[in-house]
Design a protein around this ligand. Structure first.
Ligand code: SAM
Length: 243
């Protein structure tokens, strides 16, 4: 099954074991991938399901539902102060591969980027392509950018804010402590992690986050770029809950 191409299909395109393909999907399957009628591919709905499908002109027939287990056992929300330039594109690609569930891009006091509505469309396309490439069953949701302060209301007891300086516990040890306490990290429903912009969080932002229940954490002794920090944080979560 590994060598079959994967494409994401909207749920409205599924009718009675058949998929109505859009012109763009037909072009991709037939012209780009050079599939022909009768060839098989994997259709994913981006919400947890995969099907083996067979191309039949402008449609595809569903042959069988597939069982795939590539998702992390925890839902991870990444609150990310938007990095400058196209830095968020790389974060979306890598963190999607690593298993993130939600991206919550935020504008913080020191954020330099002012995102346009077109960016959101582009980000969602990148997440879809990265989920297909990494054989995930779920395409991460990218929320509309909001101010950092209004992103702090997530309800979970595992909320971390990454701080580049200061004497804070390492994210990995916090995750492992939770694991020891509960003996099974997967019993945690959601982990929320916030990473800052190039200039870092302001002291006030860290204070407000702490008041909202966030634990400040370190990702190690070196100062990571705003693009590197979320990738490291997601890698630590994956290591802690998949081992
Ligand atoms: N300009 C800031 C300074 O010099 O302190 C550094 C900001 S860093 C480039 C961008 C963001 O990455 C930080 O706000 C933090 O969230 C995260 N980060 C980078 N290195 C980190 C580390 N070693 N531990 C925890 N978070 C880190």
């Amino acid at each position: 099954m590994a060598q079959l191409q994967r494409i994401t299909i909207a749920s409205a395109q599924f009718h009675n074991q058949q998929i109505t393909l859009t012109a763009e999907q037909q072009h991709y399957l037939c012209r780009v991938l050079r599939l022909q009628s009768g060839d098989r591919f994997i259709a994913m709905d981006g919400m947890g399901k995969w099907w083996l499908a067979q191309l039949a002109d402008t449609e595809a027939n569903i042959l069988q539902e597939l069982t795939v287990k590539t998702e992390l056992p925890v839902a991870v929300t990444l609150i990310i102060a938007l990095p400058k330039g196209n830095g968020f594109d790389e974060v979306i690609r890598c963190c999607t591969e690593l298993g993130v569930t939600y991206f919550a891009p935020v504008v913080s006091d020191r954020t330099l980027l002012n995102p346009s509505p077109q960016k959101l469309e582009r980000w969602r396309r990148i997440a879809k392509e990265a989920a297909e490439q990494s054989e995930r069953t779920t395409v991460p949701t990218i929320l509309e950018p909001v101010s950092f302060i209004s992103s702090l209301s997530f309800v979970t007891n595992q909320k971390y804010i990454c701080e580049a300086r200061g004497d804070y516990p390492h994210l990995l040890s916090c995750l492992q402590n939770q694991e020891d306490e509960r003996s099974d990290l997967s019993s945690q429903k959601t982990i929320v992690i916030a990473t800052g912009p190039e200039g870092g969080w302001t002291d006030t932002e860290v204070e407000i986050a702490i008041q909202a229940g966030f634990q400040p954490v370190s990702l190690g002794r070196r100062i990571l770029r705003a693009v590197t920090a979320p990738i490291v944080a997601l890698s630590l979560v994956a290591a802690a809950c998949e081992l």
